[in-house]
Structures are given as structure tokens and as C-alpha cells.
Design a protein around this ligand. Sequence first.
Ligand code: CA
Length: 429
Amino acid sequence: MNHAGTNDITTSKQLRSWVESANDPLCDFPIQNLPYGVFRTQDRGPRAGVAIGHLVLDLHVLAEARLLPAEARLFAQASLNAFIAAGRQTWRGVREAVSSLLEAGNARLRDDSALREKAFVRQDEATMLLPVEVPGYTDFYSSKEHATNVGMMFRDAKNALLPNWLEIPIGYNGRASSVVVSGTPVRRPKGQVKLPDQERPVFTACRKLDIELETGFIIGVPNELGTPIPCADAEAHIFGMVLLNDWSARDLQAWEYVPLGPFNAKTFATTISPWIVTLDALEPFRTAQPMQSPQPLEYLQHSGEHAFDIHLEVRMTPAGGSRASTIARTNFKHMYWSMAQQLAHHTVSGCNTRVGDLMGSGTISGPTPESFGSLLELTWNGKDPLTLETGERRAFVEDGDRMTLAGWCQGDGYRIGFGECAGTILPAA
Ligand code: CA
């Protein structure tokens, strides 16, 4: 089902804004995007905003001026949860109102200098906060290329994919408390590492710190305990998407993950980008997902197109350096299991979801070695270190290194960008 409607005026490529920076073809935040986030400044408490060009539009100011079809209190909060809980009609109404107010020919806000002064903040003067309070975080494992690479490394090439992988969108329940917003420093974890030549593990700082290039989707419409979400309806439960870095301690993971999956190797931090890009904004970039064989069981079937054409990049800035090297380029459309299938599978047991729940895609790796979404794969478990453009060599992430994920949908003369999902590694405590 196409829930946004293909004739949605807010995504028309003809739209232009009177905010000139939004019309730059390389800007992440044109008028067609309008992602939601939460910010504060020196003189404004936490509140909801929309990114437009190099600015943030303060939704609380707009609602107080009675320019939005939603109560102002929904926007004067430290998270978007109350606004999201108001429902899809409210999200659509606010999106349409904001789109109209920012449209080049609309004089209402453009020519009201007093209101304009109050309603905008420069992005470089705003501190972005975690956009949602995350009640639950689940991480999937839905890239066939990633699962195959990991299987080849840790099992054998002939049996790289376990037999359940093609039947189930594999996932596990992650840790919500350590989800942080882009820019938050990440402390290198310590834990148990089992070295091959020793009988017992040692307690040490992680020596194989890695990233995982992922996207995440945010639950907008929850389901009740005992009531699964059908695959065909699943996208209507999604508020929007973010970039997600599932930081991973590979040496801790290798020792702890049998038999119940990763634990402390993943609990120390998960970074998300601050702007939530709505499915409405992504609608023009809908595309077909890879052919699924065997055909999934009936509860995992949906018709139509359920992948999205989102370019993704991983950039690494070595400690003390000022220049980032792009170390991987891939695309979300390679994902074998769709978000709808992930959500249908997650809830088919009767598991409920809550507003703000975060669902990670799993590492997104493409078909070529340059498109792998983790250092584990890019360096083949450290055996083949990368050489950055500035000359440094890296097998894994070192203290002081900054890792940045970027993503965008390429339109005709504009892009629907996600902004950055970045974090710098601090030495172990
Ligand atoms: Ca992951």
C-alpha cells in the first residue's frame, strides 16, 4: 500500500522555498524533506523543529502563532513522542502546513519579519537532542551480503547463510538506554576477550572496535499486546527513518554471543542521526526490494514496492586529522527483508510496540567490497587494513577516530538527506 499518496503536493519536485539555502541541490534539507528533530539553544528550552536549508524551524513558535493544526504543547517537549502519538493525521497536517508556509510564493511567514525572527534558528547555533525517547530498541540482520560475509568469516563459505536466514528477518532485542544522538562521544568498552592461545578470557579494553552502517525506523502507531501488525499494514505504523550506527566490540562479541547473541558487545552505545525523515518524504524513492527466494511464508508477504533508494556512506576521520575519508558506499535498497516484513515478523508473536520504538535494519552491505557496511567486512576481520586518503592505516576504530554515516535519496535537482550520524571514540575508562 502506498500510504502517502503518489500525488502528495509536499513531495513535488517543482516546489521551491523562499529559504534560499534549501534550494541548493546538495542541501540535505530542501522543502520536500522537512524532517523532524528536537533541539535547544542558549535561550530556548528543548522543543521540536523541522530542518529547512541551513535553518531549524521552531514548531512551538509556529503552533503558538496558530499556524499549525496541532496544539503548541506537543512541540514544547524534550522528545517528539507526544507529537508522534497524536497520530498520522496530525503528522500529515503539520507537514502540509509547514510545506505551505515555506513555499516560495507564500507570504505569511516570509514577509512577517517579527515572527520570522522568532521562528528560525541557525542549525550551527542549535544543539540537537535525541529526537525520541526510545522505549525499546530492536536490531535486525537483514542484509544478505552482510550475513553472508560474516558467515564466511566465522563459519565456512559453503554454509555462510544459516538455513533460517532466508525464512526469518533475524533480529534481537537490543538496549534502548544507550541510544544516543549524533555527536555524543562514545567510550571504548571493556570486557571479556578470549584469546586463542589462552585457556581463560582476559578483562581488557576492546581491541576490535567497529561500526555498523544501518538505518533505523521509528514506530509511530503502536500495536497492542496480542495483536500482530499485518505485513500489508506495517508501513502505516512507521513514523520515519534515521541513520543508525550500531557500534560493535568484535572481540567481546566473538566470545559472548554463543548461544544467545550479542550482549555487551553492543550495549555501550548506538548512535542515531538527529533528524527523522518521514516516510512521506521518502515516498518518491520507493523501489523494488531484491527478489526473495524461497517465497516467504504468507504472513511475510506483501505486494508492491517496499524498498527505498537511499545512498549511504561511511566516513572516517582519523584521530587528530581534519579530513574524512569515505571508506564505504552502499544503498539501502539492497536489503533483503523490508521494514514492513521486519515489523510484521516482530509482532507476529503478539509482541506489542510503543511510540518511539527504534528498529535497526542490520548492517547494510552491498554486493562489492567497497560497499561493505562494517570494518569487520571492509578489512576482513583486520587481516587487510584500510589505507585512508591521509595515509593512516586502520583495521578497526582507534581512540580519537571520528566515524560518520551519511545518507540521502537523490531526486531530480534536490536530495532528501538524513544529515549526519557521527561519533568520536574516547579511550577506555
Ligand atoms: Ca547491528
